[in-house]
Design a protein around this ligand. Structure first.
Ligand code: 5GP
Length: 178
């Protein structure tokens, strides 16, 4: 199975059933750490919206959820600089904060966010990412939890886009050279 977007081909890579399973396993681990901490989850848009929604459904403890928006990709090309497009406008001082990312690739986005957030004096910060590309990752220590480790391929689906498309797909697809 494959999808074609703007003349580029992506083949089926991770099916939704597996995604559901790894997110459940992740939620169990996170709940152990967070259940009595009244955490503030900060979801990094756009890519993490689907992952965050499915992950949060497993939690029944008291928590708050907020959203920020970053951008660092154009098509399949990485840009060095990460822009904050929609920033955080709430107090996190003294709180347990959990950053929810779609994918950690170079780790630049997460690193930038951690620097910004640490200045706001939270009690502690955890990070959780849906996909983790450890091969490309320069800031290894920053990732506390991940649902799936993947090789250094460009992927789309389940919230992740290619040129703004494919976020709606329930499975994950990866780019194939033709
Ligand atoms: P980093 O700053 O870790 O290099 O990249 C983080 C951001 O780049 C992610 O939040 C995501 O938006 C984008 N990104 C990185 N790898 C991929 C990928 O394989 N597919 C898609 N669609 N986006 C990616």
């Amino acid at each position: 199975m494959h999808v074609d977007i703007d003349g580029d081909r992506f083949e089926l890579y991770v099916k939704h059933e597996l995604i559901e399973r790894v997110i459940y396993d992740l939620a169990v681990k996170m709940e152990k750490e967070l259940a009595d901490k009244k955490p503030v989850f900060i979801v990094v848009l756009n890519g993490a919206f689907m992952f965050a929604a499915d992950l949060m459904r497993h939690f029944e403890f008291e928590c708050e959820i907020d959203f920020i928006r970053m951008g660092s990709y154009e098509g399949r090309e990485r840009r060095e600089k990460v822009d904050t497009i929609l920033g955080l406008n709430r107090e996190i001082k003294g709180r347990t904060v959990v950053i929810i990312e779609d994918i950690v690739d170079t780790g630049n986005t997460l690193n930038t966010l951690l620097k910004e957030f640490r200045e706001k004096e939270p009690k502690e910060i955890f990070t959780a990412t849906f996909l983790y590309k450890p091969m490309a990752h320069d800031h290894k220590d920053n990732v506390d939890w991940w649902a799936l480790r993947i090789p250094n391929d460009f992927v789309l689906g389940y919230g992740l886009d290619y040129k703004g498309k494919g976020r709606n797909l329930r499975d994950i697809y990866k780019f194939v050279e033709q």
